[in-house]
Design a protein around this ligand. Structure first.
Ligand code: FMN
Length: 160
């Protein structure tokens, strides 16, 4: 089973978190690859049961490039796939949750099933999706790997 992680990234932070999520998915038993939004392997994405989308937070929302990409999601045949969202930001109060909710709204619009990877899944709690905050010291990479493993478990539960 396959999964796709798509990211927008200007300075590489969101890209590196995407790689960690893909690592967690693969460790969890779902073969995953991460792609920049303008370099997606269409066959891989079409064959993927799960598609997770990440963005930097710009002006307390998803970056404009992310929104533009989200508006094209329909052409990737995502209806019925499992979806997730992640975001990076400089500040914990800088709008990362609104950026993720923007992604989730678009995933819902295009008929995806969405999962946060958390709440009831124990520690670390993940309420909407994993994040990385530039100004806060935390093991964000480990959070992303854990999230990837949880998304893998959910993928296998739904589609395995
Ligand atoms: C134009 C611009 C707007 C930004 N706006 C916010 C913001 O509103 N809140 C915040 O916490 N960080 C903001 N940031 C910081 C980025 O979200 C953060 O550095 C992010 O991790 C960059 O990701 P990237 O390296 O993948 O491009 C902004 C950065 C830029 C360049």
């Amino acid at each position: 089973m396959k999964a796709t992680v798509v990211y927008v990234s200007k300075t590489g932070i969101t890209a590196s978190l995407a790689e960690k999520i893909a690592e967690g998915l693969t460790e969890g038993g779902v073969e995953a690859k991460a792609f920049s939004y303008h370099d997606i392997d269409m066959d891989w994405m079409t064959e993927s049961k799960t598609v997770i989308i990440g963005t930097p937070t710009y002006y307390t929302d998803a970056a404009a490039d992310t929104t533009a990409f989200l508006e094209t999601l329909g052409k990737y045949g995502v209806a019925g796939k499992l979806g997730g969202a992640f975001a990076t930001a400089q500040y914990a109060w800088g709008g990362n949750e609104m950026a993720m909710m923007n992604i989730i709204m678009h995933e819902m619009f295009f008929g995806m099933l969405v999962y946060s990877g958390g709440g009831a899944a124990g520690n670390p709690p993940i309420h909407i999706g994993p994040i990385k905050i530039g100004s806060a010291d935390y093991d964000w990479d480990a959070l992303a790997v854990d999230y990837g493993k949880r998304m893998a478990a959910e993928t296998i539960k739904l589609f395995g």
